[in-house]
Design a protein around this ligand. Structure first.
Ligand code: ZN
Length: 254
């Protein structure tokens, strides 16, 4: 609706509020008392990826943190504070890290395009790109952005898992599971990257399996998987040390 004015947004809001109250009398009154979401969504700020609408969840059902390209940086107090609040106070049971295909931030990272201040933020995805450069270069050029979107999700799942918030939560026996998903703007569908972490299994193995699945998925059908020997991948400044992230996790098991 390109011609909508701000007044229209308020009109839509009033209509939505009235409709909700007609359909579910007392809905907002109950929301005031407490939010008890089971889910935390860590996604991209992209306007085409709205957490509630995609998942059919209502207000109060999903706690959301979004930033450019769904990145969880070890020292990002914004993301870490949101995760801590979700885990320790709201007691969410699932944290979904959700990327999306065609992500502009990932595209810029892959191509090295300069955007501005965001270059420094996107640099984190370039680190992911460089870690998996051998795999990415082995894939058809047209799928590399989407493959990197998925690799970025896998990396951010690890970053959440090794955070002090999650390490502490699991050490006290709290049940909370982290998932890696990706969303298709082109079809509106979520893909489960089958990378779920609950603190009971070695993170390293889960991460490696996810990376291998991504590699397999985006390789040409029928083409044998090419593993670049570590000795070949290492040692060149232009080709960062990499066996497609085989050594990525910072902790052996969480
Ligand atoms: Zn994006």
């Amino acid at each position: 609706m390109p011609n909508e004015s701000l007044e229209d947004l308020f009109a839509h809001n009033r209509a939505w509020s009235a409709q909700m109250e007609r359909d579910r009398p007392g809905f907002f009154t109950s929301l005031v008392k407490q939010q008890t979401p089971k889910y935390m969504w860590i996604g991209c700020s992209d306007s085409r990826v709205p957490a509630n609408q995609i998942t059919g969840l209502e207000p109060g059902e999903v706690f959301v943190h979004r930033n450019v390209a769904n990145i969880v940086v070890h020292s990002d107090l914004n993301a870490l504070s949101a995760i801590q609040f979700a885990v320790e106070h709201l007691k969410v049971e699932h944290i979904m890290v959700v990327g999306h295909y065609g992500c502009a931030g990932v595209k810029a990272a892959l191509s090295g395009a300069r955007i501005g201040l965001a270059d420094n933020w996107i640099r984190h995805i370039q680190d992911v790109r460089d870690r998996h450069i051998a795999m990415l270069e082995s894939l058809p050029e047209e799928v590399r952005v989407d493959a990197l979107c998925e690799l970025n999700v896998a990396e951010q799942v690890v970053n959440v898992a090794v955070s002090t918030v999650m390490v502490d939560a699991w050490s006290r026996g709290q049940k909370v599971r982290i998932h890696g998903w990706s969303f298709g703007v082109h079809d509106g569908l979520l893909q489960d990257l089958q990378m779920s972490v609950d603190g009971s299994k070695p993170l390293d193995a889960i991460y490696k399996a996810a990376v291998q699945r991504i590699r397999y998925k985006w390789s040409k059908p029928g083409e044998a998987l090419t593993i670049v020997p570590r000795s070949k991948a290492e040692g060149s400044p232009s080709q960062p040390a990499s066996l497609d992230g085989a050594t990525r996790p910072a902790s052996p098991a969480v």
